[in-house]
Design a binder for this molecule. Structure first.
Ligand code: ATP
Ligand code: MG
Length: 645
């Protein structure tokens, strides 16, 4: 059996090439589920364990706290604890906080704004623009895009026109609101998320000693999901690097889903041009999903148009066959949700753990009807997006109450009882579950603390508080085991045995405000991200109306096989959308190629026709000669490592 803590075990030759590539710029371009994250975590662990780098000199960056926490855990399991894996924001926050007295003239770091919308509304009023809550949110989105793209208020109108943005009203006026927002923010002594990253950049650009200190701390950088980096984050990365070049980036242009907030896949695509010495490795084998799921993913992304579509990579499934994806349509959303809940129950009854199931939707508002349906069906669920769990007001209040309770409660009381009592002290009522919305989310966040206490009866209240502090530092969210309810955006990088992609109606997918062709393409990529989250069971559905008797809606243009009353025919390409130049023979060949045949000696998939007959790679020895095989794999890894674009 492969040694799970050995960073070189369980990798294919290309992944091994990523792990053993020499120090310096390295770019891994690969499709969903091909083991990009696995390869880079193994690379970090390998370099640390081999003594090439010191754990505390490595900074791994990704986009969600959950992904960062998983990365830390994976590297730790591989025997290389102590590596920092953070989001761009968390890494910048830490640095800005550390240097705050210098950067903010002796004061502490200003408070971080949770959401821009309120101040944007205020700024709009100041410059005589009338907007409602939705308008404020749209404007906040524009300001976020501009700030992430390093565009100042005075340049907004020109830049927005160039980027084909569709601001909610006259671009010059938007620029004025943006300028007023900056003034209001300064007057209130608060900063937003972009300011924080800018502060980190500015700290290094303006203070040579700060830059030196940060660069001597971090010398080796790894960025996962690099296709979603925005100009501001890229500049931060460049500031961190200074003259250094030990940078590994990993990404998939087909999974670019944040360009509306300023992300640009061009940094990934142009990496080799910016770093001519870079080693480039491509991975193509999909280890996550069944060939059926992979086939559908290839179909969805195969329809892509526009610039990024040239960069799509056809995935080749390595896993054994599974069920065909199911496509269903329903008269209305409550019926769709009830059917999803019933199917979840069946899956759980059939042995699929609830935490191995996810219901993914385009907009958070869709979550509620699923929460109700799952609750009704008695299926436990967890609302994802809990990345900033420990920053939630109610969680912070609850933690303070728990600290106080170690003094106001008897030390020998059972933990669950003390915790329950302390939480009730801050207004939490275990029996009064709110029906939905923000109140329900708050209730659940506190309920998760209570559930955690119940699962650790041996701890004293004091030890429990220490455990919470430890988890807060690690951003380890205490959740009850349940079906995950998540937006497609926050499902990025994750995987489940069974995935339900729901609400696939025009107006929701693509979302109604995706008006430009580029915006529609981004929606298609988002669906591709959704499809590729499933390991085994995949369900797609939509409802013909939101509520019973409501305005009729059509199925999403991305899944035209989702027609009411019509069953999904596996493998059928949507009519009129077949890709030109693919004859029947090629289709058959592609289908064959997607069926995994692995080499019985080295385990690699992707055998060519004659090799399939042999049952092994042409270069592999006929029998498993360990020594010969080890040399061969080393040779292949080196060969792949020098592969240049
Ligand atoms: P995404 O683009 O969605 O982020 P990814 O390319 O980062 O995907 P991973 O999450 O690293 O892919 O891997 C996908 C799944 O395949 C994981 O369950 C991983 O453990 C598994 N996997 C990766 N490489 C191999 C391999 N060589 N052998 C077996 N399983 C593998
Ligand atoms: Mg990944």
């Amino acid at each position: 059996m492969a040694d799970s803590s050995n960073p070189l075990a369980g990798l294919d030759p290309e992944q091994a090439a990523v792990v053993t590539a020499p120090a310096g710029p390295l770019c891994v371009l690969a499709g969903a589920g091909t083991g990009k994250t696995r390869a880079i975590t193994h690379r970090i662990a390998h370099r640390v364990r081999a003594g090439h780098v010191r754990a505390q000199h490595v900074l791994a960056v990704t986009f969600t706290a959950r992904a960062a926490a998983e990365m830390r855990a994976r590297i730790g399991q591989l025997g290389a604890g102590g590596v920092q894996a953070r989001t761009f924001h968390a890494a910048a926050l830490r640095q800005v906080r550390y240097f705050a007295p210098r950067l903010f003239s002796g004061r502490e770091m200003p408070e971080l704004l949770d959401s821009k919308a309120r101040l944007v509304g205020l700024a709009a009023t100041r410059v005589g623009v009338k907007i409602d809550g939705t308008g404020a949110r749209d404007l906040a989105g524009e300001i976020e895009w501009a700030k992430s793209s390093l565009i100042e208020p005075a340049d907004y109108a020109v830049a927005a026109a160039k980027a084909l943005r569709e601001p909610p009203f006259d671009a010059a006026r938007v620029g004025e609101v943006y300028a007023a927002y900056e003034r209001v923010k300064r007057a209130q002594g608060v900063i937003d998320f972009e300011d924080m990253i800018r502060a980190a950049i500015w700290a290094m650009e303006e203070h040579e000693d700060v830059a030196q200190q940060i660069r001597s701390q971090y010398r080796h950088f790894v960025v996962d999901e690099y296709q979603d980096v925005n100009p501001m984050q890229q500049r931060l990365l460049e500031s961190w690097l200074g003259d250094g070049d030990d940078l590994t980036v990993v990404g998939d242009a087909s999974q670019t889903i944040y360009s509306f907030t300023g992300a640009s896949a061009s940094y990934l695509v142009d990496f080799k041009r910016r770093h001519p010495a870079a080693t480039v490795v491509r991975l193509i084998r999909d280890y996550r999903s069944t060939p059926q799921v992979v086939g559908l993913a290839n179909t969805v992304i195969g329809q892509a148009r526009g610039e990024l579509s040239r960069l799509r990579l056809e995935l080749i499934g390595q896993r054994p066959a599974g069920p065909e994806p199911t496509a269903r349509s329903f008269p209305d959303e409550p019926q769709e949700a009830a059917a999803v809940a019933a199917r979840c129950r069946e899956l759980i009854a059939g042995g699929t753990p609830a935490e191995e199931i996810a219901v993914l939707f385009r907009v958070n508002a869709q979550s509620e009807v699923y929460q109700e349906a799952l609750a009704e069906a008695g299926v436990p669920y967890v609302v994802h997006g809990a990345e900033r769990f420990f920053e939630r007001t109610e969680v912070r209040q609850a933690m303070i109450a728990l600290r106080v309770a170690t003094r106001s409660l008897p030390a020998d009381a059972p933990l669950a009882e003390s915790v329950g009592q302390a939480l009730e002290g801050v207004g939490w009522r275990p029996a009064e579950t709110p029906a939905g919305g923000a109140a329900r989310e708050k209730w659940e966040a506190v309920a998760a603390l209570a559930a955690l206490a119940e699962s650790m009866p041996a701890l004293s209240l004091e030890a429990f508080n220490d455990e919470l502090a430890r988890r807060a530092a690690l951003q380890h969210v205490p959740t009850v085991a349940g079906v995950t309810l998540s937006s497609l955006h926050s499902a990025k990088g994750l995987e489940w045995d069974a995935v339900f992609l729901v609400g696939l109606a025009e107006g929701t997918m693509p979302v109604i405000h995706a008006r430009t062709p580029d915006a529609v393409e981004e929606e298609r990529r988002l669906l591709y991200v959704g499809v590729t989250r499933a390991r085994h069971t995949l369900w797609l559905s939509y409802a013909g109306a939101r509520a019973p008797g409501g305005r009729p809606r059509r199925a999403s243009r991305f899944v035209p096989f989702l027609e009411p009353g019509r069953a999904y025919e596996p493998g059928r390409r949507p009519a009129g959308n077949a890709r030109p130049g693919i004859g029947k023979g090629e289709v058959v060949a592609r289908v064959r190629r997607t069926v995994a045949v692995s080499c019985r000696v080295c385990g690699a998939g992707l055998l060519s026709g004659p090799e399939r007959k042999l049952g092994r790679c042409a270069t592999c020895p006929a029998d498993r000669d360990e020594e010969l095989l080890a040399r061969l794999l080393d040779w292949r890894a080196r060969l792949a490592a020098v592969q240049k674009v």
